[in-house]
Ligand binder design. Structure first.
Ligand code: FES
Length: 67
């Protein structure tokens, strides 16, 4: 099933799992994801989606939240 692994960047044909993997491997910005996966190297309409994935999958900082 690919329902859980949609294509995020259509220009470079990069799927969600590839991007999540890059984030888990240390990508902290859209630029990092770009370098790791080549996503967002075309029209950049996927930029916002990459930011959402960064937000969702970035490793949580322990114990220092001031929210
Ligand atoms: S959809 Fe990602 S660069 Fe165009």
């Amino acid at each position: 099933m690919s329902a859980d692994n949609p294509t995020i960047c259509f220009c470079l044909n990069v799927k969600k799992n590839t991007i999540v993997e890059a984030i888990e491997n240390g990508a902290e910005t859209v630029n990092d994801i770009r370098q790791a996966t080549r996503a967002c190297c075309g029209c950049q309409s996927c930029y916002a989606d990459l930011e959402i994935l960064l937000d969702k999958h970035a490793p949580k900082q322990d114990g220092s939240s001031d929210d």
